[in-house]
Ligand binder design. Structure first.
Ligand code: KIV
Length: 268
């Protein structure tokens, strides 16, 4: 008998840590890729604000708006049957309590199961308020791209004692405020290991080593569809850019050479 697939929920994600089973997470921004990601049983689909860079061509995630996020979230939602769907709160969408609640609610109304927010102690009260209203929150610590100009670029965070302590304190702070998980981005693997061992909620690593409770990558990086920034942690499992380029060039040449459309592709 075919195994019945279950919709992934927040309690299932939290339990994975207790069961010592790794959590898989990928980003998606459109229907067709989200459909494939959902189909293979990836646990969490994140409509990340990396959308701005890999799909919309912005230089950073800063310009991304709520309306852009929601537009893509709705497309991804139409393809997402089983994975937990998380919407990423873009820069400037959670500066005040009313804004944060309103925008988190908009993600839930668009079909998300949870939202993600970057930051630690400075967003503690907002995380608490949102989770109290029944909206699950995933935290995001370490190299948080919305603070890129403060960090001075894509740099590993928490290398020194003070930085490591800050990330550790922030992680506990998010857990206390009610977050159900936390992304750790670009931090030394030993720091991610100790945070993951001490926290009750699962950690999801990106450039944070193998000891996190789960892993996330930007799908465009994994597929070789985005090469403007190539961080060391972003393993390429395919080079789709090359495959696409070759197909596009073949088409172009066949049109020029009057080989396409042949009779096979024409109507009598
Ligand atoms: O926006 C995004 O894609 C993210 C992941 C890198 C975690 O926040």
């Amino acid at each position: 008998m075919k195994e019945q697939r279950k919709k992934i929920t927040v309690p299932i994600i939290k339990n994975r840590k207790k069961e010592n089973k790794k959590i898989t997470m990928l980003t998606a921004y459109n229907y067709s890729l989200a459909k494939l990601i959902n189909e293979i049983g990836i646990d969490i689909i994140l409509v990340g604000d990396s959308l701005g860079m890999v799909e919309l061509g912005y230089e950073s995630t800063i310009p991304v708006t709520m309306n852009e996020m929601l537009h893509h979230t709705k497309a991804v939602k139409r393809a997402t049957e089983f994975s937990l769907l998380v919407g990423d709160m873009p820069f400037g969408s959670y500066n005040t309590f009313p804004e944060a609640i309103k925008n988190a609610t908009r993600f839930m109304k668009a079909g998300c199961d949870a939202i993600k927010m970057e930051g630690g102690i400075e967003i503690r009260d907002i995380v608490e308020e949102i989770t109290n209203r029944g909206i699950p929150v995933m935290g995001h610590l370490g190299l948080t791209p919305q603070k890129l100009s403060e960090f001075g670029g894509f740099k590993v965070q928490g290398r020194d004692k003070e930085g490591a302590k800050r990330i550790c304190d922030d992680a506990f702070c998010l857990q206390k405020a009610g977050a159900f998980s936390a992304v750790l981005e670009c931090v030394p693997m030993e720091l991610a290991k100790s945070i993951s061992e001490e926290l009750e909620i699962p950690t999801i690593g990106i450039g944070a080593g193998k000891h996190c409770d789960g892993q996330v990558l930007v799908t465009q990086d994994l597929l070789g569809l985005f090469s403007q920034i190539t961080p060391r942690f972003a393993k390429r499992y395919a080079n789709l850019s090359e495959i696409i380029l070759s197909a596009l060039k073949n088409y172009q040449q066949e049109v020029i050479d009057e080989k396409f459309p042949s009779e096979e592709y024409s109507y009598k």
